[in-house]
Every structure is written in C-alpha cells, then in structure tokens.
Design a protein. Structure first.
Ligand SMILES: *[C@@H]1O[C@H](CO)[C@@H](O)[C@H](O)[C@H]1NC(C)=O
Ligand SMILES: *[C@@H]1O[C@H](CO)[C@@H](O)[C@H](O)[C@H]1NC(C)=O
Ligand SMILES: *[C@@H]1O[C@H](CO)[C@@H](O)[C@H](O)[C@H]1NC(C)=O
Ligand SMILES: *[C@@H]1O[C@H](CO)[C@@H](O)[C@H](O)[C@H]1NC(C)=O
Ligand SMILES: *[C@@H]1O[C@H](CO)[C@@H](O)[C@H](O)[C@H]1NC(C)=O
Ligand SMILES: *[C@@H]1O[C@H](CO)[C@@H](O)[C@H](O)[C@H]1NC(C)=O
Length: 200
C-alpha cells in the first residue's frame, strides 16, 4: 500500500511541467569545516532515510565517490550569478531502479525539537538557500523577529550542525538549529559545522 502511494507521488511529481528553478549550477561536493578536527574536511553524502528520501550524512574525506549536488536557481541573465544575490534549491539526483528524479533539499522542523533534519525528497518545492562569496551554504532571513517588527533586518544565517539524528535511521547527519545563530541545539550530540561547496 505504501509502495502504491509512493509510486503515485512520483508519477505526480514527474507530471509537474512548470518547474521554476531550471537554471542549474555545475555539480559540487559538500565539505564540512569545523573546530573539531575529526569533522573538519569530512564530506556530506546522501543516505537512505525512507522510500525516495535521503538525508545528508557525515561521510568520508573528499574523493571521486563523494556525492554530487547542484544548485537550481532562476535567472533571466546569461551569466551565472554569484553570492547572496541568488537564492535557489539545493538539489540531488535520486537514481532509482527505473527513474531519475531531481530532488530538492527540504527542511521541515518537528515542533518538539529545535533541531531540523534536512532531507531530499521528490518535490517541486524546497528550502530556499544561497551560497555566500566563500561558497558557504546559508539561509537568508528577510527580517529579524528578535527586534520590533516590521523591520528589514536581513541577514545570511548558518545554523548548520552535525548531529546524531533519527529521521528514519540513526545516523550522524547535517542538521539545522531553528532560530537565531545564538540558538543552542537541544540535541546534545550536535557539533557546530559550516557547509562549503567544492565544485567537482
Ligand atoms: C533542476 O534543474 C534541472 C535542469 O534544468 C532540472 O532537470 C531539474 O528538474 C531541476 N530540479 C528541481 C528540483 O527543480
Ligand atoms: C580545517 O581544515 C582546513 C583545510 O584543511 C584548515 O585550513 C583548518 O585549519 C582546519 N581547522 C581546524 C580547526 O583544524
Ligand atoms: C569530534 O567529532 C567526533 C566525530 O563526531 C566525535 O567522536 C568527537 O567526540 C568530537 N570531539 C570533540 C572534542 O568534540
Ligand atoms: C560526481 O561527478 C564526477 C564528475 O562528473 C564523477 O566523476 C563522479 O563519479 C560523480 N560522483 C558520483 C558519486 O556519482
Ligand atoms: C537560465 O535559463 C534561461 C532559460 O533557459 C537561459 O536563457 C539563461 O541563459 C540561463 N542563465 C544561465 C546563467 O545559465
Ligand atoms: C522595508 O523595505 C521596504 C522596501 O524597500 C520599504 O518599503 C519599507 O518601508 C521598509 N520597512 C521598514 C520597517 O524599514
């Protein structure tokens, strides 16, 4: 029954023709930087969390086996924009037995935790992200609700951590701590990391 529902979902996704973020960057690997020398330099690799669902697991050092990702964005210009001027979707090509599906990274926090696990799932919607001038993965804020609203206190936030998570399986994965950059992850295994793209 579950298989039937998933097959139906994939058929529906494949049927969506008005995809918006159709400009795609060159492929890149995702590499962690961290004060912890064990994590520093580790890559992130796609790992199975459920049917057609992948997490971003802490994987080995950079190699030709490292998972490839792309950045899907939209632009009318013919030169690839850089830095915080462009937001888009982080995408992973999920290859199944009889299908290939470009899946965007999504962040769906669970309301009982401030540690959200990013997952790739077939969809035409996902979490908007950006890469700063140093190729660091960030999420942009349009206002700051710790101050009086409305305000235009925008910013690039990097609340990435490597944590032991359970979104189907127990792995050490990338996670996002919900809130400001001073938010403390309630999951005690979380270690602060930054995520940097390195073009293949
Ligand atoms: C990303 O862009 C590629 C190339 O245009 C496209 O085939 C793919 O469907 C896009 N993925 C998403 C999730 O929009
Ligand atoms: C992490 O790795 C980078 C690149 O190899 C290096 O420059 C940096 O000093 C390392 N940081 C720590 C805390 O080991
Ligand atoms: C560094 O990371 C490794 C792997 O997650 C962990 O086993 C170790 O305890 C960490 N070291 C420190 C000092 O936090
Ligand atoms: C990533 O892309 C490179 C260059 O196209 C390729 O050599 C490598 O095999 C790819 N890695 C994976 C895991 O598919
Ligand atoms: C983005 O896609 C549009 C439509 O295909 C194309 O005209 C434009 O040149 C592309 N821009 C870049 C930077 O690839
Ligand atoms: C935020 O920016 C918009 C667009 O520039 C402007 O119309 C609005 O007045 C600004 N709001 C505040 C609270 O500064």
């Amino acid at each position: 029954m579950r298989g039937t529902i998933i097959a139906g979902t994939l058929a529906f996704v494949a049927g969506v023709n008005a995809q918006y973020y159709t400009n795609q960057s060159a492929p890149f690997n995702l590499v962690l930087t961290s004060q912890n020398t064990t994590l520093n330099g580790s890559t992130l690799g796609s790992c199975h969390e459920g049917a057609a669902i992948e997490g971003l697991c802490v994987a080995g050092p950079l190699s030709s086996d490292s998972s490839n990702y792309t950045f899907n964005y939209t632009t009318a210009s013919t030169t690839e924009p850089t830095g915080l001027d462009v937001t888009g979707l982080l995408t992973y090509l999920l290859v199944g037995g009889n299908f290939e599906e470009s899946s965007p990274l999504q962040l769906d926090p669970v309301v009982t935790s401030n540690v959200a696990v990013p997952l790739f799932q077939p969809s035409d919607e996902g979490q908007m992200v950006a890469f700063d001038d140093n190729n660091k993965l960030v999420i942009l804020r349009s206002s700051d609700d710790t101050k009086a609203l409305p305000n235009n206190d925008s910013g690039a936030i990097s609340n990435w951590y490597a944590c032991t998570t359970d979104s189907g399986y127990v792995y050490q994965t990338l996670a996002w701590v919900v809130g400001t950059e001073s938010a403390v992850p309630q999951n005690p295994t979380c270690q602060k990391v930054e995520v940097v793209r390195v073009f293949v």
